[in-house]
Ligand binder design. Structure first.
Ligand SMILES: [Zn+2]
Length: 485
């Protein structure tokens, strides 16, 4: 090694040291740690939490206030992890993109995104495509991210190399995904894929709807000349049975292969008994639902309001109550957004036909206040609300993505990612509050309680709400890919 290289290395390490030589201390009277919401200090050295201390323990001993940041009685939560996001880059950056998606995440207190392997081009179904995504993300991510790999018909041999390249797991569809380059799988394909995944410890995430019941219901609606502007028609076209059949098959596969399978965006509460029984007998299966299924209800969706279109669909109020019950009991493991935007034209808002509009709800950055509002409306106090949000939107998704001990928790050794949150601020969602690329979302106009004040990533403030809520981001995006080894 030449002396010039050594000099560069030395300079790099010195720079690194000078940034982080002094420990930083953050404190509040309401920090969510393993002990619940209580007064605490976080001692941060470099990127990580070095110590979780008493509220006055460190500040008094530090002898200097210059490295102490006191958040008063604002709530400090672990940076949230959203394990279900469609960033769409490379290839459909006009739909979303790393810069805009991660900017919205930062403003919403989300410090880790896990990107889905479809909607980007190429779809992340081999190592080459993963490398293309890595190249596209360079220098653009405001928060940390990882990317799920894809399981599609015919790519079983690409799965081990993808696992070796450091992805946290895989995603498949069991029905047409809307993307021709991401072919759905049936039992035979699942068998080939699970044989490859067995023993890797990596989960297979599945969009759990099968085509049969959807095709039958749709054909029947068309024969009866149903009105496709009506939300009721769309709901009938995606029957509960499509989810039930898919989930029954996935449970059977997880049990036979003893390989973890994760049900993404569970919508149908009718599948809960099946899932409960499977979990009781130790099948390695986990379950996610999404904010939209917990907040909206079919009865309230207007005809033609295709910004609410997602699959599986938002179902009835009674169904929603059962999903809340399953979260409370621990049967549902986590809450994600399935942020899946598109250019507004594709929502065909003018004609409002549910069978022709693109499916996918844009919401990145709103999940924390929406869930806070919902829980408070349900009668939970602030401390009980925060404990649930930390578990469902921090620790839960971090576990799915193999990030236990690193993300989604304020514990020693974890990355110093946290959100400073005012749980009482009341506000109304306007276009100015949406920081993703296209300002179309079913949450526009929603009256929410709770607002993100600051977001910190690995000891650095990346977002500050600023005066009047006009957000201020850091100087440059410093998000990193979280490579699983
Ligand atoms: Zn999705």
């Amino acid at each position: 090694m030449g002396s010039e290289v050594w000099a560069n290395l030395l300079a790099t390490s010195l720079r690194g040291e000078s940034n982080h030589s002094m420990a930083q201390v953050f404190r509040s009277t309401r920090v969510l740690t393993a002990a619940g919401l209580a007064p605490a200090s976080l001692v941060v050295e470099g990127d990580r939490i070095a110590r979780v201390a008493g509220w006055d323990e460190v500040a008094a001993g530090a002898g200097s206030s210059s490295n102490l940041t006191d958040f008063g009685d604002a709530v400090v939560l672990p940076g949230l992890v959203d394990s279900h996001v469609h960033i769409n880059e490379p290839g459909r950056t006009e739909w979303e993109g790393f810069e805009t998606a991660t900017r919205a995440a930062a403003a919403g207190g989300v410090t880790t995104l896990v990107d889905m392997p479809l909607n980007c081009v190429p779809e992340t179904i081999d190592v080459e495509a993963l490398e293309a995504k890595r190249a596209a993300a360079k220098g653009k991510a405001w928060v940390d991210w990882a990317g799920w790999g894809g399981v599609v018909r015919g790519n079983a041999k690409a799965l081990k190399p993808l696992a070796g390249a450091g992805i946290p797991g895989f995603k498949c569809f069991m029905i047409h995904s809307g993307i021709d380059g991401f072919a759905w799988v049936e039992e035979a394909d699942l068998r080939l894929a699970l044989a490859e995944l067995r023993g890797t410890g990596l989960p297979l995430l599945a969009h759990a709807e099968v085509a049969g019941p959807v095709e039958e219901a749709t054909a029947e609606l068309d024969r009866a000349s149903a009105n496709w502007r009506s939300y009721g028609t769309y709901l009938l076209s995606r029957p509960d049975d499509a989810e039930l059949d898919a989930i029954a098959l996935l449970i059977r596969m997880a049990e036979e292969f003893q390989t973890p399978i994760h049900i993404v965006h569970l919508s149908s509460a009718e599948a809960l008994p099946l899932l409960a029984k499977a979990k009781q007998r130790g099948v390695p299966i986990s379950v996610e639902t999404c904010v939209q299924y917990l907040w909206f209800a079919a009865e309230e969706i207007l005809d033609g309001a295709t910004e609410f279109k997602c699959a599986p669909p938002i179902r009835s109020r009674a169904n929603r109550e059962q999903l809340w019950g399953a979260l409370e009991s621990g049967l549902i493991d986590l809450v994600a957004t399935d942020h899946s935007p598109c250019p507004p034209e594709l929502k065909l808002r003018e004609e409002g036909l549910w069978n022709r509009a693109w499916g996918g709800i844009a919401s990145l950055g709103l999940a924390l206040p929406v869930m806070n509002t919902a829980l408070r409306q349900r009668g939970f106090a602030v401390d009980a609300t925060m404990a649930r949000l930390g578990a469902w939107m921090g620790a839960g998704p971090a576990k799915l993505a193999g990030l236990v001990g690193r993300k989604g928790e304020l514990t020693v050794g974890a990355d110093a990612d946290f959100v400073v949150f005012d749980p009482e601020a009341v506000w109304k969602v306007s276009e100015a509050d949406l920081h993703f690329r296209h300002k179309l979302s079913p949450y526009l106009g929603a009256e929410l309680r709770g607002r993100v004040r600051e977001t910190w990533l690995r000891g650095e403030r990346i977002y500050y709400a600023g005066e009047w809520g006009a957000g201020v981001w850091g100087e440059a995006p410093h998000g990193r890919e979280l490579v699983c080894r």
